[in-house]
Each structure stands twice: as structure tokens, then as C-alpha cells.
Design a protein around this ligand. Structure first.
Ligand code: LLP
Length: 386
């Protein structure tokens, strides 16, 4: 079995479970993004919801990316990491007043707005601060993303965004709000999208919507197409860098930008997933009646994706080169859903072996919980373990 090139002897001395971030993989990913977008009017905002590890954030800031935030906490984390306010967009269906105020105080680039009542509240709070809030309308394009139903967001029945039928009403209201400046439109169709066709569908919809706006005398400076580019969970060693080239090409070729218009992206998973692994130790190998269980010291408290979305994460035994055998790889939490994989082929496994759950850099550490009164996981980077 091909495995990650990790400093296993260094790992031996560290208490498990912990997250490990290979910053070289992250830097290469960021270089690829910058290289592929440097000649286009494209701006990539990193979706902080995927991972806010300070070292990861700093590396992303150093590459010059902007930030996509969905809470006051994330806006703070982006500012603390040194990401300029002029590159911060703030989304979310339920922004609290203090969060909106924080964004206004710091003059963030844009609020992605999802409803009329939200527009009215932002306007009032902006009046209170004597500021003008820049907003983009999040429009629900009704495009299907062919991904897990928990993570598709662009369909009419989702709670997100403003429906196409409401658009004219909303723009009429925006015109009447004194301290709101409409600077763009925003979309997001879902996450872990590996079949790129839905992005092309999105481009077609965006073109239609832009024409509609123009016909009504409105030209917007910004189009934001959200995030969602998927990664290869099966083969992180062969495909550490996602399909950015094909992804950006779709937008370059199919979305018609107006002169001076900027196209914004909000990528989370595609930037950070492959640089991270959850490192765990085998506590026990238990023989069941018809199968073997490898019981790890990490569970869904550290990585909830398998339990919550039936997500696949590649599992590598970093300590063993023994012939492969089949295991149910499970955690220690007192719930039957605490299973990372069933009937999984792994090198012969013993107590104390180090296990890597791969592609866990996105929606891993950040979704950890203290259920069963477990400690939140710590994290190390490749730079720290050099
Ligand atoms: N923009 C908006 C408006 C979003 O809702 C999201 C993700 C993103 C950008 C970033 O999407 P990405 O590029 O990472 O696909 N916890 C789930 C994923 C939830 C995604 C939520 N929204 C998981 O572990 O698969």
C-alpha cells in the first residue's frame, strides 16, 4: 500500500490523536491556484469554515488569498491572521447583529446577503455606524450539484439564498436602502463536487441572470461563484492537488464577465483537505465472530465526516508492512455510529500502530467536539516537526 511520506519517528513521540498538516502540500496547492489565476480577473477567498488552524491560515495569508467567513468568529480569525478586510466576504443565512457590526466596523469588502429582512437589518446597523455596507445578493440558481444531499445547497428547496422569482423585488428594495451598496451577486451550489458539469450549468445560469440585471439597467462589479470543488479522497497520494486547471477553465470559458468585472471564488476543501491527516494509535485489535475490529484512540469526536456524511477517508497503517487484512476501523466513542470504515483492507495491525486518516485537512479539526468529555485535538505542522 502506498502511504503518505510522513515523519513517523517524530510521530512516535507525540501523544495521539492529533492532526498533522503538511504545509508543503498546502504551499504547492496555493502556488497552483495563484499560477492558474494570475492573468484573470479572479480572486480566490479561502472558506475558513474548512479549517482555521493558525499555521494553516498564515500560510494561506502569505499566498495572498482573501477570506470567506460565515461567523463573527471567522471574521476575527481572518483579521487576526492578517488577511486584509478588503478581501473578506461574510456569508451566512443567520448573521447576528454583533457579527454584522463587527463586519461594518472593520470595513469588510462584502456581505453576502440571503434575505430581505437581513438587508434591512444591515442597512439599519450601517446607518448607526455612519457607514455604507457593500453587499452581494446570494441567489439560489437552482442548479443540482450531484453530491451528498447534506452538502448540496443550490436547489430551490434549500434554506440558502434568494430565489430567482424574488430577484426583482429584492433589487427594488435595495435601491431604497440608504446605506446599502449593491456590488455583486453570489452563488454556491454545494460541496465536494467532482463532476465539473454542474459548474458549467452554474455559468449558464449566471450569464442569464447578468443579462436580466443589465436589461434592468444594473451592472454589477462582482460575481462570486462560491466554492465546492471536490478532492480525491480515494487517492490522496496520487492526487494531492485538486483539478484546479479544469475548474478555472470552465469559468474562464463559460462565464461571460463584463469589462472591469471581477470573479470571486470561495474555496475551502480544495485548498486544505489534502494537506491534513488525523493521526491516531490502535488501542486494541478485537476479534469478533466474523470480523476483526481495529479500535483507535480517535473517534468521531476528532473526525465526524464518516459518521455524519458516510464519508470515505483513506486509512493507512504507518507502522506496518505486514500483508493486508480486513478490519472494521472504529473509534472509542460510546455510539455505534463511531465507525471510520467497515471491511477495510489495511496492513496487518497491532496495538500501538500509528494510523493516518487521510484527506482530513478540511472539515476535520474544525468539526471536532468534546462529546464524552474528550479533549479537543491538538495539531502539528510539518514545519514544526522538522
Ligand atoms: N461558500 C459557501 C457559501 C459555502 O456554504 C461553503 C461550504 C463554501 C463556500 C466552501 O465550500 P468548499 O469549497 O469547501 O466545498 N462539512 C461538510 C462540508 C460543508 C460545506 C458547507 N459550505 C463536509 O465535511 O463535507
Amino acid at each position: 500500500m502506498i502511504k503518505a511520506n510522513y515523519p513517523v519517528t517524530k510521530f512516535e513521540a507525540i501523544r495521539t490523536p492529533f492532526y498533522y498538516y503538511d504545509l508543503e502540500v498546502l504551499r504547492r496547492t496555493l502556488q497552483e491556484i495563484n499560477h492558474l489565476t494570475e492573468t484573470d480577473p479572479f480572486e480566490v477567498h479561502y472558506a475558513l469554515k474548512a479549517n482555521v488552524n493558525p499555521e494553516v491560515l498564515k500560510t494561506i495569508r502569505d499566498a495572498g488569498l482573501g477570506a470567506d467567513c460565515v461567523s463573527g468568529g471567522e471574521v476575527k480569525a481572518a483579521l487576526d491572521a492578517g488577511i486584509p478586510a478588503s478581501k473578506i466576504v461574510f456569508a451566512g443565512v443567520g448573521k447576528a447583529d454583533w457579527e454584522i457590526k463587527l463586519g461594518l466596523e472593520n470595513d469588510i469588502f462584502c456581505f453576502n446577503v440571503e434575505s430581505i429582512p437581513e438587508l434591512e437589518v444591515i442597512n439599519e446597523l450601517a446607518i448607526g455606524q455612519g457607514k455604507t455596507a457593500q453587499v452581494a445578493l446570494r441567489i439560489n440558481p437552482n442548479v443540482s450539484a450531484n453530491t451528498h444531499h447534506y452538502i448540496t445547497t443550490g436547489l430551490n428547496e434549500n434554506k440558502f439564498g434568494i430565489n430567482l422569482s424574488e430577484l426583482d423585488k429584492v433589487t427594488a428594495i435595495v435601491k431604497q436602502l440608504s446605506n446599502i451598496r449593491l456590488i455583486g451577486i453570489h452563488f454556491h451550489i454545494g460541496s465536494q463536487i467532482t463532476d465539473l458539469a454542474p459548474f458549467q450549468d452554474l455559468c449558464v445560469k449566471v450569464n442569464e441572470i447578468q443579462e436580466h440585471f443589465e436589461a434592468n439597467g444594473i451592472v454589477l462589479e462582482n460575481v462570486n461563484v462560491g466554492g465546492g470543488l471536490g478532492i480525491n479522497y480515494e487517492h490522496p497520494n496520487h492526487f494531492p492537488i485538486p483539478e484546479f486547471e479544469a475548474y478555472f477553465k470552465i469559468f474562464r470559458e463559460h462565464l461571460t464577465l463584463r469589462p472591469g468585472q471581477k470573479l470571486h471564488f470561495e474555496l475551502g476543501r480544495a485548498i486544505v483537505a489534502q494537506c491534513g491527516s488525523l493521526i491516531s494509535r490502535v488501542l486494541y485489535v478485537k476479534e469478533g465472530t466474523s470480523k476483526k475490529f481495529a479500535i483507535l484512540d480517535a473517534g468521531f469526536t476528532e473526525l465526524i465526516r464518516p459518521a455524519l456524511y458516510q464519508a470515505y477517508h483513506r486509512i493507512e497503517n504507518l507502522s506496518s508492512e505486514l500483508p493486508e487484512e480486513e478490519y472494521d476501523v472504529v473509534g472509542p466513542i460510546c455510539e455505534s455510529s463511531d465507525v471510520f470504515a467497515k471491511a477495510y483492507q489495511m496492513n496487518g495491525t497491532h496495538r500501538g500502530d500509528l494510523i493516518a486518516l487521510r484527506s482530513a485537512g478540511a472539515y476535520g479539526e474544525i468539526m471536532a467536539s468534546q462529546y464524552n468529555l474528550r479533549a479537543l485535538p491538538v495539531a502539528y505542522t510539518s514545519d514544526q516537526l522538522l
